[in-house]
Design a protein around this ligand. Sequence first.
Ligand code: MN3
Length: 277
Amino acid sequence: MQRRFLQGVKLWGNYKIDCVCLPKNSMNKRDFLKISGIVGTGFLLSPQMACKTLKSGAKSSTSAWIDPLLSAKGEFTLPALGYSFAALEPHIDAMTMEIHHDKHHAAYIKKLNEGIKATPAFADKTLGEILANVTKDSPAIRNNGGGHYNHSLFWAVLGANGSKPEGKLWEAINRDLGSYQQMLDTLKDAGTKVFGSGWVWVCVDADKKLFISATPNQDNPLMVNLVEKKGTPLFGIDVWEHAYYLKYTNERKKYLEAIFNVLNWNVIGERYANLLL
Ligand code: MN3
């Protein structure tokens, strides 16, 4: 198939995509603006886009599609949120969003960059390669590499747009997770049970089936040396206290119920479509 190439699209600050392939004549001005806007928020997610294998060779374990963030190399920089700090009100308050993004996420990135400089084995690796190689013996890279990826994904899958899963994703949720409501109940239950800090995930496994898991601290299902069940995260929910304590104090369950209202199912659906490629 003939394709166009957008060379060197700037993504996530210093991240670069080597090429983005689009079907010939597929891109009009509106599409270009849409893509540019998505790039601006950090993710290339349009299902029409088939991202070619990048120079790094980092591949998702479940799909030919590569999450652009996983192909990025340092020095890593803080991605734009893509919406205002107040955009998720009243469910997630603006101050929490500002501190979470500008302070917590920024700190993970700073420490990740410092950790990479101090650990030659991780120099010149993509973020996907870093996550796939961390072990218990690399705590700084594990915690801060996970912190960077997890939060970057988190911002991208939130948005107060009132969307619901549709199409193939809706069918897969019913097939693999019982129902939409059962998925939310399982996430709430898993998130409430995380001891201390961590994340809950809806992932796609090697057979392209959905599963729900929880990980401690900043681990995620891409850390194949550390997790019981590996997979590619479709979306994750941060259950660290810093994600909710200002508004919900110790009531993590109420936070989880609230954040379900601001999951951006349009973005999640596009991620899912890409993972099926
Ligand atoms: Mn957090």
